[in-house]
Design a protein around this ligand. Structure first.
Ligand code: PGA
Length: 244
């Protein structure tokens, strides 16, 4: 098993290609279960999908979604919560039913119970057909920071200093960035029938090289994707610049 790579000239072409992959799945299986990610990388892909919805009759009416993660302590109305991000940039602009969209609850009373319930909801949906992922500078996928194991499942985690610093750009100051999150685990992601990881820009080049070329290791959580039977990395030239 190895990861397939598709390299495009620009980030816009990565987004168009990712959106086409998702659209093809939905046209073939209108009730597809799709895993989604937040962060800046997939925003263009969501814009492309909104375009396909408006101009090409792509319907999400029967689609179910699961998001990877949520900040711990933020409720869905908080303007930096990932639920808010998804509503604002994607769900409110397509014909998806809100009750078919799942984002872990950052205000759950018991994180362990929330993790189990999230996993149970994925199983009850029939499992994820395709999970769209980004990657962190440190090789994290979702909030599975270095040190996460291949068997990890949805759970509460501490964010690393690198991630807190990277995410400070979205908050007024660093003290406002939550220190914990609830995240799908690596095993949760690997259960998906297909995985599509997007990376653009030279800042991701080293993380991509390690994910593709290191032996699968907790030090580069994305390297565990090498064990998946149907995983593609869609990259722009900059993100692919360190691949041998
Ligand atoms: P980014 O984040 O898309 O904003 O670079 C990706 C990630 O940290 O997983």
């Amino acid at each position: 098993m190895s990861i397939q790579t598709k390299i495009h000239d620009t980030a816009d072409l990565v987004a168009q290609s990712a959106a086409q992959t998702i659209a093809t799945l939905i046209r073939k299986k209108p009730n597809a279960v799709i895993g989604l990610a937040t962060g800046s990388t997939p925003v263009k892909t969501y814009a492309e999908l909104i375009h396909l919805h408006r101009e090409n009759n792509l319907s999400f009416a029967k689609v179910t979604t699961f998001n990877l993660d949520e900040y711990w302590g933020l409720d869905g109305d908080h303007n930096q919560s990932y639920r808010h991000f998804m509503q604002d940039l994607f769900f409110n602009r397509i014909d998806i039913c809100t009750w078919n969209t799942h984002v872990p609850n950052g205000k759950a009373v018991d994180p362990a119970l929330e993790g189990k319930s999230f996993e149970a909801q994925i199983r009850a949906s029939g499992g994820v057909d395709l999970w769209l992922l980004g990657i962190g500078h440190n090789g994290h996928i979702a909030f599975n920071e270095p040190g996460s194991t291949i068997n990890s499942r949805t759970r509460q985690v501490d964010l690393t200093q690198t991630t807190i610093e990277a995410n400070t750009r979205f908050f007024q100051n660093q003290d406002d960035v939550p220190r914990k999150a609830i995240t799908a685990g690596i095993a949760t992601i690997l259960d998906a029938r297909q995985i599509l990881l997007l990376a653009t820009g030279s800042a991701k080049a080293n993380a991509i090289k390690q994910a593709l070329q290191d032996q699968p290791t907790s030090q580069s959580p994305a390297s565990f994707l090498q064990t998946h039977a149907n995983c593609t990395f869609m990259l722009d030239k900059e993100a692919a610049s360190q691949i041998a």
